[in-house]
Design a protein around this ligand. Structure first.
Ligand SMILES: Cc1cc2nc3c(=O)[nH]c(=O)nc-3n(C[C@H](O)[C@H](O)[C@H](O)COP(=O)(O)OP(=O)(O)OC[C@H]3O[C@@H](n4cnc5c(N)ncnc54)[C@H](O)[C@@H]3O)c2cc1C
Length: 473
């Protein structure tokens, strides 16, 4: 027996993107909404996160627009000392649960179907009871496009001998006896978090081997602080970024200048990064990570055997007494197979990134545009896709698309106002409240103004060079 349901918006996914979209839709309209998710609770991948996870950006511009997430505190201890609080995994889950129950469900306008698998064509099935539902809707919102693989649920793309001790980083707190050593597999954000947690737990850096197939450009968290006290650093970093790009003589020179200007960081000064996933880090965290000296750069792991780890460019010894920590869930494998398509396409909306690094803001703005503009063409013009970065060169089309969007938005007064008042935006309010009599701040604003167009022109030039390089390959 199939239960028939009717709604204005059917949203698949109650992760960050589904929740941020639903929240703005809820604020802007009287629409009815059905939200379906295969997990038991809202919050998406945060339900599967490791116990020591935190945001890597300040909480003040993460989550949904209508509800503050930040405690409004500055951390007084730890590697984020002096900077705005970073929500923990449990805090994020409690936050999303609160939004779902107190705001959405309490209104009577939203129905939530957790533990249900969406099967397409408006149909979903309860994983617990097998009950089927068929929804007739005005619009379908596929909030699963940005779903990312996490170590606790993905399948590693290498073989593991049965006698090997192998675990996702989620299991690290369950270790009960000192192993012969720890081998952390993966140089991305989760690899960084695993190493930081081990070091923070007093593990000797000499007991850690870190397999990093690629080096990454990283973002400095000090530049992401959206408060008056950090104005010079964070808004100054936008000016420094535009200056670095606008004055670059080549793509390699642009990265040098971005690093010199304090926009990009790296873990190892002797190696030029080839990866860019927009992971955000503090300088204290970098100093801590540099204590690990055994870094394996022999490409990707293909097999872990009882006495050796085989990589694409060599092998290293290991033992069954070592703990092998899986941090290898990759963005590349999460998104590699997905073809970006326009966000607005008839009765289907697929929220994707329209501002780099900001899935929450991007989803919220897609909802705002959905209800305040008429045609798909106009909506898609305002919500042009910002491609997700993987390699270093991806920084170029990503930044160009983001700057073009920013320019388009600035031409639309009501939209500009809405963005400024949206807590997920982070910086516009800070920038637009600059006191014109403050010479230091005005100087930074002038640097931004003077260098934005040269930066766009240079990014366009580099983009053409990249396209020509790809053609010649
Ligand atoms: C460790 C970590 C730290 C991060 N820190 C930050 C940060 O500081 N700042 C930032 O901006 N971003 C951060 N991110 C990324 C960010 O949290 C967003 O999570 C990202 O965009 C994914 O959110 P999402 O809602 O798209 O996907 P998910 O969280 O994966 O949610 C998608 C949901 O869709 C559901 N779903 C999928 N398919 C179906 C189906 N067929 N039927 C039913 N349900 C389905 C899933 O169950 C899931 O709940 C971080 C990510 C990780 C892994």
């Amino acid at each position: 027996m199939i239960e028939a349901l009717k709604t204005d918006y059917l949203i698949i996914g109650s992760g960050l993107v589904g929740m941020a979209f639903a929240d703005t839709l809820f604020t802007e309209t009287d629409a009815n909404i059905i939200i379906v998710d295969r997990y038991a609770k809202p919050g998406g991948h945060w339900n599967m996160a490791y116990p020591f996870v935190t945001l890597h950006q300040p909480s003040s511009f993460f989550g949904v627009s209508s509800k503050e997430l930040s405690r409004g505190e500055i951390d007084h201890i730890g590697l984020n000392k002096g900077m705005a609080d970073l929500a923990t995994g449990p805090e994020l889950l409690a936050y999303f649960d609160d939004v779902m129950r107190q705001r959405f469900l309490a209104s009577g306008r939203v129905q939530y179907f957790p533990m249900c698998e969406y099967e397409g064509d408006g149909k979903f099935r309860s994983k617990l009871t097998g009950k089927e539902h068929a929804v007739s809707y005005k619009k379908l919102v596929d909030a699963t496009f940005l779903t990312i693989a996490v170590p606790s649920t993905h399948t590693p793309n290498f073989t593991i001998a049965p006698e090997v001790t192998f675990m996702p980083l989620n299991e690290l707190p369950k270790v009960t006896q000192k192993p012969e050593g720890y081998v952390v597999i993966g140089g991305g954000k989760t690899g960084i978090d695993a190493c930081l947690w081990l070091l923070d737990s007093d593990v000797d850096p000499e007991d850690i081997t870190w397999i990093r197939s690629r080096e990454a450009w990283l973002l400095d968290r000090a530049n992401t602080q959206p408060t008056e006290a950090f104005f010079d650093k964070s808004v100054g970093s936008i000016a420094a970024q535009y200056e670095a790009i606008g004055g670059a003589s080549s793509i390699a020179n642009m990265f040098d200048r971005l690093e010199e200007g304090g926009y990009l960081l790296r873990l190892d000064q002797t190696l030029r990064p080839t990866m860019f996933h927009a992971a955000t880090i503090s300088k204290s965290e970098i100093a801590q990570l540099q204590r690990i000296k055994s870094i394996v750069r022999m490409g990707q792991v293909s097999a872990i055997e009882s006495d050796r780890i085989i990589l694409s460019k060599g092998e290293i010894p290991t033992t069954t007494g070592h703990v092998h920590v899986d941090c290898s869930a990759s963005l590349e494998r999460s998104f590699g197979h997905k073809k970006p398509s326009p966000i607005f396409d008839g009765d289907c909306i697929t929220p994707q990134m329209i501002r780099a690094y900001q899935p929450a803001f991007s989803a919220s703005m897609a909802a705002y545009v959905e209800v305040n503009y008429d045609t798909d063409a106009e909506k898609n013009r305002l919500c042009s896709l910002v491609p997700l970065p993987n390699n270093d060169a991806d920084f170029i089309p990503m930044t160009l698309a983001m700057m073009m969007n920013q320019f388009n938005w600035s031409q639309d007064k009501p939209l500009r106002h809405w963005i400024r008042e949206n807590r997920l935006d982070g910086f516009t309010k800070l920038i637009s409240s600059v006191d014109k009599d403050d010479p230091q701040k005005m100087k930074i604003m002038e640097r931004i103004k003077d260098n934005a167009m040269p930066a766009i022109t240079k990014l366009q030039q580099f983009n053409v060079e990249l396209a020509q390089g790809a053609e010649n390959e």
